[in-house]
Design a protein around this ligand. Structure first.
Ligand code: BES
Ligand code: ZN
Ligand code: ZN
Length: 495
């Protein structure tokens, strides 16, 4: 019985204007002589989204009841659930409560129960993430919550719910890893450090990991990655991590790993340049994702490829006007050394074709222009394959990581024609910067292989808190981990 639960608080989720109760709300309202009904009738609790009312009551084992608003039932979706579960988790932590009990939010709705429970656990786990490794005064940091009990009336559903909870915890682990990698500043998260992390998670999770050093890159002719890296003292790395879970041609996921992007010789302005530690967010996403994929034991082959470098300026930096040769032999003319992401991705994309992939999906904080186009509410999606684009769009709608497709038409390719090389690395001021960047990448995949590029420049981190997503705090969001996992789970089901 939830009312006897030995915790610091019992949390009852309620919709706005709900005039009759079901489940645990009904049970507790009855037990407390209609206290919940009275609080609502008197206008003390309305049930607005994320509204919280704490009500002390000595007759409950927990001594206190908390009412949590979910808003109008007709507006309730997975994002409502994530935000509500985040709001209450943060409230519980702020109050320094150690444990709480609740039910499945929106259980009474006739919806997909496992998606709802997943959203609830995501909201809880993601909101409680902290990044405090550089804070020396550990005493003033938020204290962890020890336990959350979720009560489910229908015992037939216990097994299904437990496995969804476990799976969501695995996904949350990958997201935390991604956020840690992205949040850590460039001096503590160099290409070599990320390569070590990749090796560690691989050996802990039975993944196969290969690290290419600069010598190997030279042998392979990865001129994009080597050129961007040549102005830095930190050696470039390229990581290949394999999850062998099935017998399909692999799905390759690629992440841009610029551990710090100063812009190089085409230097960026100083304000907000610190944020360019987040330019490794694509790398963080695919490393986090492959960890989750392995924990989830997805019955599918997946390969993560991560090109890693700094983009700095020095006497040995690459320069505007340089022509470089990528893996596979295509050449590009450098118009702007700040358009470095596409150069390192070019090598990774063309190299990924050697695995004969079933699909290639890359994640990159590629362009400021994508933020101009879509703001921070959606990642840019670019693809040579309608079905892949649709599958990723659908995944984004469910996971709360929306993506929006932009066109890859011929005139955008024309914008990156070069006079001296095969292509040039910017559209030379013709506008459509997110698209010309994607068109550049498209030159390094073939038409037969489904490929999608996700520009996460606007979604990979948030500058201020609180935003509209209560489950994120300032800093990295780990965007893309949930998106790619949902997409892969869907592919597994279709096999
Ligand atoms: N890493 C940046 C893109 C970026 C900027 C992401 C701001 C998130 C926030 C990328 O390497 C870059 O600098 N792109 C240039 C391209 C331009 C020179 C064609 C840009 O977007 O300005
Ligand atoms: Zn740049
Ligand atoms: Zn960059």
């Amino acid at each position: 019985m939830i009312k006897e639960s030995k915790v610091d608080a019992i949390v009852i989720p309620l919709f706005k204007n709900q005039n009759s109760f079901t489940g645990y709300a009904k049970e507790i309202d009855g037990f407390l002589n209609k206290k919940i009904s009275t609080l609502i009738k008197n206008g003390d609790f309305k049930g607005d989204k994320n509204e919280i009312l704490l009500y002390p009551d000595q007759s409950l084992t927990s001594k206190r009841l908390i009412l949590l608003g979910l808003g109008l039932i007709k507006d309730c979706n997975l994002e409502t659930i994530r935000n509500a579960s985040a709001s209450i988790a943060l409230y519980i932590r702020d109050k320094n409560f150690k444990s709480y009990s609740t039910s499945i939010f929106g259980e009474e709705l006739d919806s997909n129960l496992s998606d709802f429970i997943q959203a609830q656990i995501e909201g809880t786990k993601l909101s409680l993430y902290t990044f405090n490794k550089f804070k020396s005064d550990k005493k003033s940091l938020p204290k962890p919550i020890n336990s959350l009990n979720i009560y489910v009336k229908d015992s037939k559903k216990h097994k299904e719910i437990s496995s969804v909870i476990k799976e969501t915890e695995y996904i949350a682990e990958g997201i935390s890893l991604a956020r840690d990698i992205a949040n850590t500043p460039g001096n503590n998260m160099t290409p070599s450090i990320i390569a070590n992390i990749a090796q560690n998670i691989s050996s802990e999770n039975s993944l196969k990991c290969e690290i290419f050093d600069e010598k190997k890159m030279k042998e392979l002719g990865m001129g994009g990655l080597l050129s961007v890296s040549q102005g830095s003292n930190e050696p470039a790395k390229l990581i290949v991590i394999r999850h062998d879970g099935g017998n399909n041609d692999p799905i390759v996921i690629i992440g841009k790993g610029v551990t710090f992007d100063s812009g190089g010789i085409s230097i960026k302005p100083s304000p907000k340049m610190d944020e360019m530690k987040f330019d490794k967010s694509g790398a963080a996403t695919v490393i986090g994702a492959i960890k989750s994929i392995s924990l989830l034991k997805l019955p599918i082959n997946v390969i993560a490829i991560v090109p890693l470098t700094e983009n700095l300026l020095s006497g040995s930096s690459y320069k505007p006007g340089d022509v470089i040769t990528h893996y596979g032999g295509k050449t590009s003319e450098i118009m702007n050394t700040d358009a470095e992401g596409r150069l390192i991705l070019a090598d990774a994309l063309s190299y990924s074709l050697t695995y004969k992939p079933k699909a290639i999906i890359d994640f990159a904080t590629l362009t400021g222009a994508c933020i101009v186009a879509l703001g921070t509410h959606a990642s840019g999606l670019f693809s040579n394959n309608k079905k892949l684009a649709r599958d990723l769009f659908n995944s984004g709608q469910i996971t709360g990581e929306p993506v929006w497709e932009l066109p890859l038409w011929q005139p955008y390719y024309d914008q990156i024609k070069s006079d001296v090389a095969d292509i040039k690395n910017t559209g030379s001021g013709g506008g459509g910067g997110a698209i010309t960047a994607a068109a550049f990448l498209a030159n390094f995949v073939n038409k037969q292989t489904p490929w999608a590029h996700l520009d996460i420049a606007g979604t990979a981190w948030i500058q201020s808190n609180p935003g509209d997503k209560k489950y994120f705090s300032k800093g990295s969001t780990g965007v893309g981990v949930r998106l790619i996992i949902r997409y892969l789970q869907q592919q597994c089901k279709l096999k």
